[in-house]
Design a protein around this ligand. Structure first.
Ligand SMILES: [Zn+2]
Length: 216
């Protein structure tokens, strides 16, 4: 069960206070998607995982913190400002894009995961072009993140990202490379074999992870 809570928070960048909705005591039952999108109630709460300050435009998973040392000048960047003021972008998607932009250079993994969240929200909003663009960005930053730290779950997400944007050859080759070169646990091997089967069917849809998924 998830409970929503209204919380008064101080922005870590401009120090202004505002109220934000947050999730409390949430647990999700069921299987995650192949790209780790959570099941159950959490599936519909993705938009609450990112907060945006209405005063300065800072966006992060927790507006009161600045773990990635985002600088005030980044918020003034013309591309950031243009995105911030673009009213054609749905608010929830925009929050994730902004948060992604801010940590592209400081935390590539977080940037990639923010763009992945943007893609999920774009899927829900049936904005397929946006979803595709966000998945391409997610691939780019998650691949950057792998040059800094090895992470098998990120590699599995990248396979799914390629498949979801219809790059079946890339997804299949990457899955095969992982099967041949990484001594992955059985459930990860199952996921990769499943991905290869989905690629062979040219399936770009979301699917849940087969069998038991283990958080890591
Ligand atoms: Zn602020």
């Amino acid at each position: 069960m998830a409970y929503l809570e209204n919380k008064q928070k101080t922005c870590a960048i401009c120090q202004q206070e505002y109220h934000y909705q947050e999730l409390r005591d949430h647990t999700s039952f069921g299987l995650r998607d192949l790209d780790t999108r959570p099941p159950g109630m959490m599936r519909n709460m993705i938009h609450l995982m990112v907060q945006k300050c209405p005063y300065c435009g800072y966006a992060n998973d927790d507006i009161s913190k600045n773990m990635d040392h985002i600088e005030k000048t980044q918020l003034q960047n013309p591309v950031y400002q243009m995105t911030l003021q673009d009213e054609s972008i749905n608010f929830a998607i925009k929050k994730c894009i902004l948060a992604g932009m801010l940590c592209e250079k400081k935390n590539a993994k977080k940037a990639g995961m923010m763009y992945l969240k943007a893609a999920w929200l774009a899927d829900d909003a049936k904005k397929l072009d946006v979803a595709k663009k966000m998945r391409s960005k997610a691939i780019r930053y998650l691949e950057n993140a792998l040059t800094e730290n090895e992470n098998e779950v990120i590699r599995l997400i990248i396979v799914d990202l390629y498949r979801r944007i219809g790059m079946f050859d890339e997804a299949r080759e990457y899955a095969m490379y992982l099967l041949d070169n990484f001594g992955m646990e059985k459930y990860k091997v199952n996921i990769l074999n499943y991905q290869i089967a989905l690629c062979n069917q040219e399936d770009t849809l979301d699917h849940t992870i087969p069998g038991n998924y283990q958080e890591s």
